[in-house]
Unconditional design. Structure first.
Length: 222
């Protein structure tokens, strides 16, 4: 992935006027002219269907005690948690997607992504902090681009990404400077960042040559 400019990805959609990781939040983000795409989180429901939800439980966002993996996808849908299939259909193929896996949601996630974005995973990347999840995707779809999510961009992170066969790293933005970004790019890795709320921070990271930045609030508006 070598964009001519740094992509601006809405972190869990634009949740200023809608609940995070929901269809209204994603639609609101894509209505912002400066938005190039979406970042969202995927985990498996009790029936194995990939759903879009950040937390293990519904407590913080939906105000309920249940675990996501304890409920079927239809029950989760009634509570406002969309399936990955629904999100892909609503987004269409134009926006770039950073699909973050919360653990390994199982083979269905590759099947759903391939149905929505083609067998080559058009205009999207799979990311995760979980090494096993990235390895599972590589076994099921070896040509798909993957990013290792990490809090630091040091030799250990670079070596881990290379060992996993990742195309890039997505890093907590405070860990990034010219030296760390240069280290990763010298190793052949793309560099992305998360999560930025100020336009000035986005601009600084863009000058470092990042491929994408997950943004919220004012940074989403351009």
């Amino acid at each position: 992935m070598s964009p001519t400019r740094t992509l601006r990805l809405a972190h869990r959609g634009d949740w200023r006027g809608a609940t995070e990781n929901t269809l209204p939040a994603f639609q609101a983000a894509l209505a912002v002219p400066a938005c190039d795409g979406l970042e969202f989180d995927v985990r498996a429901a009790a029936d194995g269907v990939p759903v879009v939800c950040h937390d293990e439980t519904l407590a913080r966002v939906q105000g309920r005690p249940e675990r996501v993996d304890a409920l079927r996808s239809d029950a989760l849908l009634d509570l406002g948690v969309p399936t990955l299939e629904e999100v892909l259909r609503a987004a269409g193929r134009r926006p770039f997607l950073d699909v973050e896996l919360k653990g390994d949601p199982g083979p269905a996630v590759v099947e759903v992504l391939a149905a929505g974005r083609g067998p080559e995973l058009h205009n999207a990347v799979v990311s995760s902090f979980d090494h096993a999840a990235l390895e599972a995707v590589a076994r099921r779809a070896p040509t798909w681009p993957r990013w290792l999510n990490t809090f630091a961009l040091d030799d250990r992170a670079v070596n881990a990404a290379l060992a996993l066969g990742c195309r890039g790293v997505s890093v907590e933005w405070r860990a990034l400077d010219a030296v760390s970004v240069g280290r990763a790019r010298f190793a052949g890795l793309d560099v992305a960042a998360w999560t930025v709320r100020r336009r000035s921070t986005f601009d600084r990271l863009a000058r470092l040559g990042l491929v994408a930045v997950c943004v919220e609030g004012a940074a989403l508006d351009g």
